[in-house]
Design a protein around this ligand. Structure first.
Ligand SMILES: Cc1cc2nc3c(=O)[nH]c(=O)nc-3n(C[C@H](O)[C@H](O)[C@H](O)COP(=O)(O)O)c2cc1C
Length: 277
């Protein structure tokens, strides 16, 4: 078995991350693929081989799904003009145009509604926030499985939350029925080598990982992460000196900073019958 390269963990946190040697000895390609993740926004002009889309969707469907309800759908867009139009709707993101495949992951309660009708039963449960949460979780789990599988094939991906910029317009563009909501998009294609970097993550201690009970003593982790992100950005032309904290506070500071029509998502959900009781 291959030894896990400790550099993968150092890159992930922007600082050495010691692990017991016995654990490093258990290295494998799944761990390598996951730890080496980076969003890819630069693609070579190369189509995907036949069968790749279908294989990737099989990996998405291999994710767990709440109560086996399959509350999500995936829409594959490969037509260049349609990708260009979607790029406009998603905040003019060029990687949507450049990637050969753009997937839209939808929270989908329409299929369950149809099943209830066919079974001549009520479908009142579908109107509750619980079902909306379930559908979002299902879509996200499926997507992340697909991302890891794509990366294992040498492909790169980038999630596109910009797909929520104009929910009404994107729903019309994709012919979505009521009770179907685009959660995010995902660009997929072969990456231009080394054009995108592995970005460090928040430290576990005082940050992401809590033991037994929650602790809000984040300060030490935030300071360490600010330094890691400043180091990371120092290698990016035009981003020198930038950290994470000020930018993060700005990103969530106002409704406008959420972007485009995103502050109105609640109203849109009501319009499409995804009311949250
Ligand atoms: C749900 C979701 C939506 C995202 N939306 C966008 C987007 O619209 N455009 C983009 O370029 N990156 C987008 N990203 C990528 C994040 O910016 C990226 O994952 C984060 O900065 C960490 O970088 P990394 O993925 O390279 O590790 C999104 C990520 C997620 C999970």
């Amino acid at each position: 078995m291959a030894k896990l390269d400790p550099d993968l963990l150092t890159q992930r946190y922007g600082t050495p991350f010691p692990l017991p040697v016995e654990l490093l000895e258990r290295g494998n390609t799944a761990l390598e693929t996951i730890l080496a993740h980076r969003s890819v926004r630069h693609y070579v002009d190369k189509p995907l081989e036949p069968g790749v889309l279908e294989l990737l969707v099989a990996t998405a469907e291999s994710a767990s799904t709440s109560s086996n309800l399959h509350c999500y759908s995936i829409i594959a867009v490969q037509n260049p003009e349609r990708k260009a139009a979607l790029s406009e709707l998603c905040g003019k993101q060029k990687h949507i145009v450049d990637a050969p495949l753009f997937l839209l992951f939808c929270a989908d309660l329409a299929r369950l509604k149809q099943i209830c009708e066919q079974q001549s039963g009520p479908s009142d449960g579908l109107d509750y926030a619980e079902m909306f949460v379930m559908a979002i979780v299902d879509a996200a789990l499926a997507a992340q499985n697909l991302v890891t599988a794509a990366e294992s094939l040498g492909l790169g991906t980038c999630y596109i939350g910009g797909a929520r910029n104009h929910p009404k317009e994107i729903s019309a563009f994709l012919d979505l029925p009521a009770k179907v909501f685009v959660v995010f998009g995902l660009t997929i294609g072969y990456p231009i080598r080394d054009a995108d970097e592995v970005k460090p993550r928040l430290p576990q201690e005082h940050g992401i990982l809590h033991h037994e009970t929650y602790s809000a003593d984040f300060h030490p982790a935030l300071i360490r992460y600010e330094d890691a992100m400043k180091d990371f950005n120092s290698t990016m032309p035009g981003r020198e000196g930038r950290g994470w904290l000020a930018q993060t506070a700005r990103r969530v500071g106002t409704p406008e900073a959420l972007g485009a029509d995103r502050p109105k998502i609640k109203e849109f959900l009501t319009e499409i019958g995804m009311d949250l009781l």
